[in-house]
Structures are given as structure tokens and as C-alpha cells.
Design a protein around this ligand. Structure first.
Ligand code: SF4
Length: 361
């Protein structure tokens, strides 16, 4: 690794820039570790603009550890609906219960205790203890990787164990320990606003005179990544089944996506399938066995829904049946008008937004 001098000039430049250009965000005006925690978890996979409204609604309904710990998981998921990566919401609630049990409801202030909570990794633990108590733990998120890799023209891939350690060590070396929280916020904000992935305006950057990637005219070459994530295609066929003004929902369980969320009865196929082929499958025959005459219409076809490691192609069928079937007994039988009470994945929400007010049309 190139030699890095710890003369605090970088930290001072970052903090001066931050004090002038930082965004005024609600979680920055507090030392409350609970509020910082919620904001950090929301922002892990969500842009600030989208996350702001969710953050406000969430902390308004669950203002502290105890209110979150005693809440029903379904309600927590409902407040998370649309944010994606729902394990974050389930983990938040589990960690809140853990804080009640192990720490008498008081958010722990030791890094080791914080990182022992469900859903909190190195980055989030460092953010919480440095923002809330100014403890000298460096944060290294995607923004920090980008700033540091460019600043020192580091070729080491960021998605390797060695890379993560190198960048974490470097981030710690640059930190002014007496201003740990401020420094961490400043470098993250620089990555979010100034040292952006594409075409950063380097001439306005407070680190331009120190930036090696800029000096070498290779800003676009950093950060370096080793691997490209494999993307899997999946094919979902959802059935909005109507019988006497009621319908069925399924609560997803297990380790697949969207655990704990509700969806219509689903048949997943290994490849793209039109209705002619679908109705020949065992799964379709089982679902509608003894249902009598089926009145079927396709409402949305091959909706493309992109997740981080998979692309889902979903078709929504509306099916009116004559008789209840045995297969449907494993689902939740609810009034069609109550669908909005359940937390559903964004994909199902798209359907409900489009047809929600006209479910019988
Ligand atoms: S000079 Fe450009 S590449 Fe270097 S840190 Fe600043 S914005 Fe990023």
C-alpha cells in the first residue's frame, strides 16, 4: 500500500468542507443511538431522498427501543413496506428485544455489545458509537471505499477480505480521534455528494490537491472490484383468487426473499411460461383441483422486478372460482377489502396500486 501520512490535513479538509456543504438531515441533529441506528439501517440499501419519509414515519410510530420491541412483527414490516430487504426490519425488532433483555432497554455504548446485536455489522456499529459517543471507530461504507480508493489510487479490490481490512486500517489512520463522529460523517458525505461514482467535479473537491487518482487522470478506474455478482432469473405466477368477496394470501417463510411478507398464492416456474403451458403443470392442477369453473384473466404480464441478485418476471392472474379447494386451505382467507392491512412486497404492491381500487373489475 502506498505510504499514508497521518498529519490530519485530510481530516481537517474533510470536516471544513462538511461544515459548509452537509445536508441537513434529521438523524444528524441527535446523539440518540436508537435514532442513529434506525437511520443507518434504513440508509443501508436506500437513497436518502426515499429513506427520509420512511425514517420519519418509523421513528414517529416506534420512537424508542421499547416501543419497537413490543410491536408486532407484521406491523413493523408494514412500516417497512416498499423499502425492500425486509430482513432489516425483522432484525431491528429482534435487536430491540435483545436490548430490552440484555441491557435493560438501554442502548449499549460498547462497540462489542453493539456489534453483537442482530443485523448490526462493523459499519453500522462504528457509525453508532462514533456518531453517538464520538468513539474512534472508522466507518467504511461504499462511499468511503470510493473516496479512499481514489484518494490513494488503491488497486486492491474492495470486495475482498484483504481489501476490506486495508481500507478499514487506512480509514482509521486518517481519522482525527478527537473528532471521530464528525470525521466519519464528513468522509461519507463527501462520497455521497462530491466524490460520486460517475463524473465527479473534482475541481470543487477539498481533497483535489491530494488526490492521486485525479493526478493520474484515472478517477474512473477506482474503486477496483474483483467479482461481478451473478444474477438469477425467476418466473413468478401470482393468483388473485376470488371467492364470495374473499381472497387468499400467503405469508412467506424460510430463507428466500421477502420473509414475513404477504403475497397472493404463487407458482414459480423454472422458465418463462404462458398460460397454456402453466395450466398443464402439477402445481396449477393441484391449486385449482375441484374449484369448478374458472374465470381467469391476465392482469399484468411479465412485470420485470429487479432485486440485487435476481430478476423476477411476474404475471398476475385474477381467478374467480366456484368452489373452495383443498389446496387453498393452507393460505390465509381474508376479505378482499382487507388486503391493504398486510405488508406486501413492492412487486405485489405494484399490482395493488394498479388494481387495488378495482379489484373486482
Ligand atoms: S478529487 Fe475527485 S476523485 Fe479525488 S477525492 Fe475528490 S472528487 Fe474524488
Amino acid at each position: 500500500m502506498r505510504q499514508v501520512e497521518n498529519d490530519l490535513k485530510v481530516s481537517r479538509a474533510l470536516i471544513a468542507w462538511y461544515n459548509e456543504y452537509k445536508r441537513d438531515l434529521p438523524w444528524r441533529n441527535t446523539n440518540d443511538p436508537y435514532i442513529i441506528w434506525i437511520s443507518e439501517i434504513i440508509l443501508q440499501q436506500t437513497r436518502v431522498v426515499q429513506g427520509l419519509e420512511y425514517f420519519r414515519r418509523f421513528v414517529n410510530r416506534f420512537p424508542d427501543v421499547e416501543s419497537l420491541a413490543v410491536a408486532d412483527e407484521d406491523e413493523v414490516l408494514k412500516y417497512w413496506q416498499g423499502l425492500g430487504y425486509y430482513s432489516r426490519a425483522r432484525n431491528l425488532r429482534m435487536a430491540a428485544c435483545d436490548i430490552m433483555d440484555r441491557f435493560n432497554g438501554i442502548f449499549p455504548d460498547k462497540y462489542e455489545d453493539v456489534i453483537s446485536l442482530k443485523g448490526i455489522g462493523e459499519y453500522t456499529a462504528a457509525a453508532i458509537v462514533s456518531f453517538a459517543w464520538n468513539q474512534p471507530y472508522p466507518v467504511v461504507d461504499g462511499n468511503v471505499f470510493r473516496v479512499l480508493s481514489r484518494l490513494y489510487a488503491l488497486e486492491i479490490p474492495i470486495d475482498t477480505t484483504k481489501g476490506k481490512k486495508t481500507f478499514t486500517d487506512l480509514a482509521g489512520l486518517l481519522m482525527d480521534n478527537s473528532k471521530a463522529g464528525l470525521h466519519n460523517q464528513a468522509i461519507m458525505e463527501l462520497g455521497a455528494l462530491q466524490c460520486i461514482p460517475q463524473n465527479p467535479d473534482c475541481n470543487k473537491c477539498p481533497l483535489v490537491d491530494k488526490c492521486m487518482a485525479f493526478a493520474e487522470n484515472k478517477v474512473d478506474s477506482y474503486p477496483v472490484k474483483q467479482s461481478k455478482t451473478k444474477i438469477r432469473d425467476r418466473f413468478f405466477h401470482y393468483f388473485y383468487i376470488i371467492y364470495k368477496g374473499k381472497t387468499w394470501l400467503h405469508r412467506r417463510e424460510g430463507k428466500d426473499i421477502w420473509t414475513g411478507l404477504y403475497e397472493f398464492p404463487l407458482i414459480e416456474t423454472a422458465h418463462i411460461m404462458d398460460f397454456g403451458e402453466l395450466q398443464q403443470t402439477d402445481a396449477f392442477r393441484y391449486l385449482f383441483k375441484d374449484a369448478g369453473k374458472l374465470d381467469i384473466s391476465v392482469k399484468l404480464e411479465n412485470v420485470k422486478h429487479v432485486l440485487s441478485h435476481q430478476i423476477i418476471y411476474a404475471t398476475f392472474y385474477k381467478v374467480e372460482i366456484e368452489f373452495e379447494t383443498e389446496a387453498l386451505q393452507r393460505y390465509l382467507y381474508i376479505s378482499c377489502e382487507d388486503i391493504d392491512k398486510y405488508a406486501v412486497p413492492r412487486l405485489v404492491h405494484i399490482y395493488l396500486e394498479k388494481f387495488g381500487r378495482n379489484l373486482f373489475e
